[in-house]
Design a protein. Structure first.
Lengths: 231, 188
């Protein structure tokens, strides 16, 4: 169970940040050894937001311009590119949230504790420019493309529960249950009416297409994607 | 050779698929897969499997940097995955098919325009035992070579109970004196 917990909380979420392009974020495995790198990662996030995306956002649309999806993304970045508090030079709202979220993942904070922390920050410093309601920070991270899809799998590796078989409760090949089975406790006290269902096996799928698309949305990367021909 | 773009595979692919290679922004990918132990200790035998995508359009100083490789699948399991990897690769294959057959409308920031991005998977990066899992061609026993398939020349050593792979004469140039020296180099 401990391993399970490790996988679900600390480790994977650390990874889902790590995939994003152009960003130097520590994997939890070496967080202790290089604290100096941590400083770099902070700089890099700012650089990412300042240099790579701002240029594009400012471009006047003389030609075709970004398509709807890209425009939405830039708009989102633009909206969040505000000063953290009036006069703050080192942090933007977005970079602050990303850094905080990184800490959350590395140290396995719960969602509720994260929300509470944000609420406290806002209470102590009302001029802090953090989005309200606070679960919006989570959706912000998702919009940035740090998210992944969870696909349940048959515990004996026969099939994935996706597409047409998404709602099945048992594997259609080996008939084993999709959910974990817990031993029944013979106690006189009645248990909860419904039981929380825990999937037996979960595949994490990090969609490739949006990641490739974002690679082209960043000015510097889009240029280097043509390197092999132009060199 | 400083980049796969200088390699034969890349060039012959360009020749075969001219529609694809006409736009240099079309993405060429490599898939790297292996098992690893997420618990930082080797005393527990547990292997979580991952599949990572490497974008080979990028210059050599970027393409295999951590920031530019993309994790695309994470498969939890206690043991090595074996041939069951096929089941878990489905979502990735579906995406790759879509990218290859249809393409995806993508905004290019450097040219400020939208183009149809297509992608191909050119290579897989793995060690030899993993190769068997990804290619579904066993890399053990008689036909161990996935390139020669059924033409793999192998023979069983009766007394040491091992397979051995002979017939390296085929790799010699045609005018080499040993090339047809069947007598002294023949297996058996």
């Amino acid at each position: 169970m401990i391993y399970e917990y490790l996988i679900i909380t600390g480790f994977l979420e650390g990874y889902d940040l790590w995939v994003h392009h152009g960003e130097k974020i520590l994997s939890p495995a070496n967080k202790d050894e290089d604290m100096i790198d941590n400083e770099d990662s902070h700089d890099d996030i700012n650089a990412l937001l300042y240099e790579t995306f701002r240029n594009v956002v400012d471009v006047k649309e003389d030609k075709e311009g970004p398509n709807d999806e890209a425009r939405k993304f830039y708009q989102m970045i633009n909206d969040a590119n505000q000063e953290l508090y009036p006069g703050c030079e080192s942090f933007l709202t977005l970079s602050f949230i990303i850094r905080l979220y990184l800490l959350k993942c590395l140290h396995g904070w719960r969602n509720s504790s994260f929300t509470d922390l944000l609420q406290l920050l806002k209470e102590v410093m009302p001029y802090f420019n953090i989005p309200e309601p606070f679960n919006k920070t989570n959706s912000m991270i998702t919009d940035l493309g740090f998210d992944y899809k969870k696909i349940h799998a048959c515990p004996k590796d026969c099939m994935l529960f996706w597409k047409e078989s998404e709602n099945l409760d048992a594997c259609s090949i080996c008939k084993s249950s999709r959910w974990k089975e817990f031993p029944k406790v013979n106690s006189k006290v009645e248990g909860p009416k419904y039981q929380l269902r825990v999937p037996a096996k979960v595949l994490r799928h990090f969609p490739l297409i949006p990641r490739l698309q974002r690679l082209f949305m960043c000015l510097k990367n889009a240029e280097s994607m043509r390197w092999h021909e132009e060199k | 050779m400083r980049h796969p773009a200088d390699g034969e595979t890349w060039k012959s692919f360009d020749g075969l698929h001219e529609k694809f290679s006409i736009d240099s922004r079309n993405v060429r990918l490599a898939l790297a897969s292996n098992g690893f132990n997420p618990f930082r200790t080797m005393s527990i035998s547990h292997s979580t499997w991952h599949a990572m995508m490497v974008v080979y359009n990028l210059p050599p100083w970027l393409c295999i940097k951590v920031e530019y490789t993309m994790l695309s699948l994470l498969i939890p399991r206690p043991q090595s995955i074996g041939n069951d990897i096929d089941v878990y690769l489905q979502p990735l294959i579906q995406e790759l098919k879509e990218l290859w057959e249809l393409g995806v409308q993508t905004y290019d920031a450097s040219k400020n325009e939208t183009f149809l991005m297509r992608a191909t998977l050119l290579w897989t990066i793995n060690d030899y035992p993993r190769y068997a899992m990804l290619s579904s061609w066993s890399t053990k026993r008689r036909f161990a070579c996935a390139y020669f398939n059924y033409d793999t020349n192998s023979s069983y050593l009766k007394h040491s109970h091992k397979m051995c792979y002979m017939d390296h004469r085929v790799f010699l140039p045609m005018n080499h004196p040993w090339r047809f020296n069947k007598k002294s180099l023949i297996e058996k």
